[in-house]
Design a protein around this ligand. Structure first.
Ligand code: RFL
Ligand code: PHB
Length: 388
């Protein structure tokens, strides 16, 4: 079997890339190791930058986003007794949209179905061959049958644990990693959101975030030790702790109820360079991970996909230039978003081993943010997303 581009991974990066390339007449195939239901059951991102919304519209999947997504013009950051409203719209002219990654993925699959794009689910033992030569191919087995797909290019969109990054020889790639000494315990509940905007709260007890999916569905997070397990936290214990970490005027209005999902995610910053090797190009979590504090993971996946789709479309129109610079172009934005995610994490979490000095630095930072339009603009500019 032969296709022009093989996309490994049927998460948001892979699906969005597939649709954008297909719209440009490029023949793609998606190879995903899980079932579609498994991919759709993952509850992750909720905040979409303008750039990602525009790409979804371009891919033909903007309809539900535009009717069901919630535009947020600002956010609240509360810590050390201060409450700072960051007004994205006034400070930057831009906004973000609340629309769950689950819904994005559902819309992307529906559109791929409509275009009858080939997608192989439950592909086992995916391997990349000959990416450093002129005739790459991908092999896998499915339902006991072996497959080989020859192609021009391979897009590695298979997330942090995928095979694509590891196909690049170790002496060719450099990995930068920072692991944080805590995780986020997240719950989903059929309760009304705390506030009409997201509330990021730093406290001596640890970080908390009150987010949402819609008017009746809330997504809340607590910083927890890495040794905690979701089953250690009853719903009651979660709500009690969340209340203690919020400013009193918010805590008093918090609506509680049974959780319908509960999970813990470790926090890490990770970047692998370069993002290409021969005819293999990495995009999204396959190449980088950010802590969720800045809401940047899915949005960075989108900017990679933007650069890579443009580069491949130009290549099939006869110009290889953008493909050659893809890694450097994507990485420049990745490092800036990683810096922002790291600094938001640093500003708002409790670092158990770092003592009073960091605590006072965090206090000074919030104080500065509260009193400086320049500081608020810098935060807002990064939060709504740096330009592509
Ligand atoms: P994904 O979503 O991990 O998809 C990769 C796909 O590849 C498949 N795969 C393979 N397929 C074939 N062969 C193999 N060997 C394979 N190995 C893996 C996997 O099954 C999967 O389907 O990566 P992608 O597409 O790059 O998308 C990245 C985003 O999912 C991720 O960055 C975000 O979810 C991060 N994130 C957030 N991002 C935001 O922009 N805004 C947010 O508000 C936000 N909140 C979050 C988040 C991530 C979280 N967790 C749990 C990590 C909140 C949380 C709690
Ligand atoms: C979410 O709604 O899941 C969410 C929102 C903002 C973040 C991280 C996660 O920074």
């Amino acid at each position: 079997m032969r296709h022009q581009v093989v996309i490994i991974g049927g998460g948001p990066s892979g699906l969005l890339l597939a649709l954008l390339l297909r719209r440009a007449g490029i023949d793609v195939v998606v190879v995903e190791q899980r079932t579609r239901d498994y991919v759709l059951a993952r509850i992750r991102a909720g905040v979409l930058e303008q750039g990602l919304c525009d790409l979804l519209r371009e891919a033909g999947v903007g309809k539900r986003l535009d009717t069901e997504g919630f535009v947020h013009e600002g956010t609240v950051i509360a810590a050390h007794g201060r409450k700072v409203h960051i007004d994205f719209k006034t400070l930057t002219g831009s906004t973000v949209t609340i629309y769950g990654q689950t819904e994005v993925t559902r819309d992307l699959y529906a559109e791929l179905d409509r275009t009858e794009a080939p997608v192989f689910h439950e592909a086992e033992g995916v391997e990349i061959h000959g990416a450093d030569g002129d005739a790459p191919y991908v092999t896998f087995t499915r339902n006991g049958q072996g497959y080989r797909i020859d192609c021009d290019y391979i897009a590695g969109c298979d997330g942090f644990h995928g095979v694509s990054r590891r196909t690049i020889p170790e002496d060719t790639r450099r990995e930068y990693e920072h692991v944080y000494p805590f995780g986020w315990l997240g719950i989903l509940s059929e309760t009304k959101p705390l506030y009409h905007e997201l509330v990021y709260a730093g406290s001596k007890r640890g970080f908390a975030l009150c987010s949402m999916r819609n008017a009746h569905l809330s997504r809340h997070y607590l910083q927890v030790p890495l040794t905690d397990r979701p089953q250690d936290w009853s719903d009651e214990a979660f709500w009690d702790e969340l209340r203690k970490r919020l400013p009193p005027e918010f805590a008093d209005t918090l609506e509680t109820g049974p959780s319908i999902e509960k999970s813990i995610a470790p926090l890490r910053s990770f970047i692998s360079e370069p993002m290409s090797w021969g005819r293999l190009y990495l995009a999204g979590d396959a190449a980088h991970i950010v802590p969720p504090t800045g809401a940047k993971g899915l949005n960075l996946a989108a900017s990679d996909v933007y650069y890579l789709s443009r580069a491949l479309i130009a290549r099939y129109a006869g110009d290889e230039g953008l493909l050659k610079t893809y890694s450097a172009t994507a990485l420049a934005r990745v490092w800036k978003a990683s810096r922002f995610s790291w600094s938001m994490t640093r500003m708002l979490h409790n670092f158990p081993d770092e003592g009073d000095f960091l605590d006072r630095m965090q206090e000074a930072e919030i104080d500065y943010l509260a009193g400086s339009k320049a500081a608020q603009t810098a935060l807002a500019e990064n939060y709504v997303g740096l330009p592509y």
